[in-house]
Ligand binder design. Structure first.
Ligand code: GLP
Length: 272
């Protein structure tokens, strides 16, 4: 695991978008794992800007989202399909047939979960998985005690996740209490992983996830097992980390980060 600290949330999102853009330019058929949530919105804005201004080409890219609510139609504004179309897919040149999310409306959820895993494998597995982190340490919707080897499955959400995420619904009571999520094991199968964390509210759970013990109580701590996982955080999220000096030194000195050190002073964010 390698962690770098950026001055603010905008710069952190710009860095993550730049890493995605680099991977896509190197491999136009990239299989990209995607996440939702407020943190990711800025990454998608940056990628949309890169598509518009720099010709970043998504025409051959395939995407798999981490999760989807159970029982919401795809045209419901609270669904993750709607989120992805609204924040990202509608603004880039991706073929919608190449964008996959779990089917939260399936009558047979177990079969839909198995099929999702099979489809990921048919496309050769995920090259780069983007992740955010929930307040309880979840990645995807892998709530506390999710097995570290778990696969895509339907999962009950915790009351705290329901409280946090229902604020994104026009009518909070409409938020489903269950979701389909890739498992922790599915996520760990990705060839590379980038976790983006910003804001003071995430400082404590970030420290637990990256510097604490590996435990099923904090699903994100399983990322410590992955050999190619990068964690990009802003100053606010970094405040509880023990080895901040080392993480800063890495970004300033390691050759891999050189091309990203002279970021535009204020990475432009497009309103959508
Ligand atoms: C949801 C998603 C997660 C995401 C989390 C964080 O719960 N299922 O994949 O990481 O939100 O969201 P935010 O960035 O809004 O804090």
């Amino acid at each position: 695991m390698e962690l770098v600290i950026q001055p603010d949330a905008e710069r952190a999102a710009w860095l993550v978008a730049s890493l995605v853009a680099k991977a896509l330019r190197q491999k136009p058929h990239l299989v990209l794992g995607l996440a939702t949530g407020r943190t990711m919105e800025q990454v998608y804005r940056q990628l949309v800007r890169m598509h518009r201004d720099e010709g970043l080409d998504f025409s051959l890219c395939r995407t798999f989202n981490l999760d989807e609510y159970i029982g919401l139609r795809t045209d419901h504004p609270g669904s993750y399909r709607y989120y992805m179309d609204h924040h990202f897919f509608n603004h880039i040149n991706i073929d919608s047939r190449n964008t996959f999310l779990p089917d939260g409306m399936a009558t047979n959820l177990q079969a839909a979960c198995r099929r999702y895993e099979e489809t990921i494998l048919e496309f050769g597995g995920i090259d780069l998985q983007l992740l955010g982190i929930g307040a309880d340490g979840h990645i995807g919707f892998n709530e506390p005690l999710s097995a570290l080897y778990s696969r895509t499955r339907d999962k009950a959400l915790t009351p705290s996740t329901i409280a946090v995420n229902s604020t994104l619904f026009k009518h909070p009571g409409e938020m489903p209490k269950r979701a389909i999520t890739m498992g922790v094991g599915t996520i760990l199968d990705a060839r590379t992983i980038i976790l983006l964390v910003s804001g003071k509210a995430k400082a404590e759970i970030l420290a637990k996830a990256v510097e604490g013990p590996i435990t099923a109580m904090v699903s994100a701590s399983a990322l410590q097992l992955h050999s190619k996982c990068r964690v990009v955080v802003d100053e606010d999220a970094a405040v509880k980390l023990q080895a901040q000096d080392y993480y800063r030194w890495i970004f300033e000195n390691e050759p891999d980060w050189e091309e990203f050190r002279n970021a535009p002073p204020s990475p432009e964010v497009l309103p959508l």
